[in-house]
Design a protein around this ligand. Structure first.
Ligand SMILES: *Cc1c(COP(=O)(O)O)cnc(C)c1O
Length: 437
């Protein structure tokens, strides 16, 4: 039985004097009573912003709207709200209006890599499918801030049908990431329909759901939802915890339900200045995650989206955090630290260097303690020349359905079967001279 905190009782009573506390766990009640203005925010938390600050806040809200579930609000500790990690993720800051030159509306060029509305097809074998542009909570650090609260960009059913058609006609797509917005804002029936459609596409091997519901509205993870999801296995789910304080009795229960339904759980954390840019906080977070059967998946460098400058840290902070994790704690609890390349290059992993030096037959490595060690490579190794003719190869791939992809990028340079020796940017002066421009 979940006990309610003092905060939760006090907020529930203020929202609605007739409210019986049992409504608190009804996700629709939570959505209906989402906090979207400063007055209510002040009233529920018993805080008061200074008048000059309020003016700035109103300006921020006009550009980037506010919406917080009563549940997520109840996690704020009002005494020191200014440094509270929940408050900072939920409540606007006038800094959001500061626009730096390098910042972009769509830093990841998701719209450019979009063959049909709602689909971002960036990688060879997987697509991002935006099936909802609304969320139960508007994260202040949202990379898709450009779309938050924009009603026009809520996809219509015919748009979803177009997306499904695209996936249908692209047999290389074996992994579909349902994203948004938050896909779990859709009703169980509607989601059931989308998942059923995806089930019928033979080349789709796995569906992933990206949702922040276990963090900001754990009551959305109902038995009904979970029973529906498990009809569509294999379903994987990634959620978005940023701070150990977000792991509560209610969120643990949501995670337990999902894990018990056989849904492998992952977590994506964004490195946020003033919120979690500390290796002890990240370590505590990942330990709590694995304790609740969630595998830390990515730690993201904060994107260069408009209005996020105050959340960004140097990359060195992320490397320092990784240095404090690798070797120090269980390997399976360590996320991959990635920078999502501006301009649409995708996620690029970065980590401390472990390779110290290399000769023709030895590699020199260092470990997390500073031990320097050497690994001797074999004296002889019979490399197998790869001409991509797997049927005649002595290595037995022997999978009828093994798909062949053309080599791209660095793997093309590495390959034996392709003559390409260098990748050269097209627009250098040298190349332009060659082309007689
Ligand atoms: C993150 C992302 C994916 C999935 O990447 P994984 O590394 O497979 O998790 C796919 N498409 C786009 C556009 C993405 O941003």
């Amino acid at each position: 039985m979940v006990q309610y905190t003092e905060n939760q009782k006090s907020i529930a009573e203020k929202i609605d004097t007739d409210t019986v506390i049992s409504n608190w766990k009804n996700w629709k009640w939570q959505l209906k009573h989402s906090i979207q203005d400063i007055d209510t925010f002040e009233h529920l938390l018993d805080i008061k912003f200074p008048p000059e600050e309020r003016k700035e806040l109103e300006k921020t809200l006009a550009k980037f709207p506010l919406s917080v579930t009563p549940y997520y609000l109840s996690l704020i500790e009002a005494e020191d709200y200014k440094n509270d990690p929940i408050f900072l993720q939920a409540f606007p800051s006038p800094s959001e209006l500061i626009l730096n030159k390098c910042e972009m509306n769509d830093p990841l060029s998701e719209d450019e890599d979009s063959p049909v509305p709602g689909i971002t097809h960036r990688y060879p074998d997987r697509v991002l499918f935006h099936i909802s542009n609304t969320c139960s909570m508007y994260c202040r650090h949202c990379t898709r801030k450009r779309k938050v609260g924009d009603r026009d960009s809520i996809p219509q059913k015919d748009e979803i049908v177009e997306g499904l058609k695209y996936i249908h006609s692209h047999p290389e797509v074996r992994d579909v990431l349902l994203s948004g917005g938050d896909p779990l804002m859709l009703s169980d029936d509607y989601l059931d329909w989308i998942l059923t459609e995806l089930d019928q596409i033979p080349h789709v091997e796995v569906v992933r759901i990206g949702t922040r519901m276990p963090v900001v509205l754990p009551y959305r993870i109902t038995d009904n939802l979970v029973n529906m999801l498990k009809k569509h296995h294999p379903i994987w789910l990634n959620t978005h915890f940023n701070h150990p304080r977000e792991i509560t009795t209610s969120s643990k229960q949501a995670l337990r339900r999902l894990a018990d339904a056989g849904i492998p759980l992952g977590n994506q954390t964004v490195l946020l200045a003033g919120i979690n840019d500390c290796h002890r906080i990240i370590k505590s977070l990942i330990h709590k995650l694995v304790h609740n059967r969630v595998r830390p998946y990515y730690l993201y460098q904060c994107d260069m989206s408009e209005g996020l400058a105050h959340f960004r840290t140097p990359v060195g902070k992320g490397i320092e955090i990784m240095e404090n994790l690798i070797g120090h704690t269980s390997g399976f609890s360590i996320p991959t630290y990635v920078i999502d390349a501006p301009g649409g290059g995708g996620k690029i992993p970065v980590m401390p260097n472990y390779m110290v030096s290399w000769s023709t037959n030895k590699v020199i490595l260092r470990n997390y303690e500073g031990v320097i060690t050497s690994y001797k490579e074999p004296d002889s190794y019979e490399a197998i020349f790869c001409d991509r003719n797997c049927d005649d190869c002595k290595l037995q791939l022997k999978l009828d359905d093994a798909q062949e992809y053309k080599a791209i990028g660095i793997s093309k340079l590495l390959s034996d079967h392709d003559e390409l020796v260098s990748l050269v940017p097209e627009d250098t002066d040298r190349m332009e001279r060659r082309n007689g421009e």
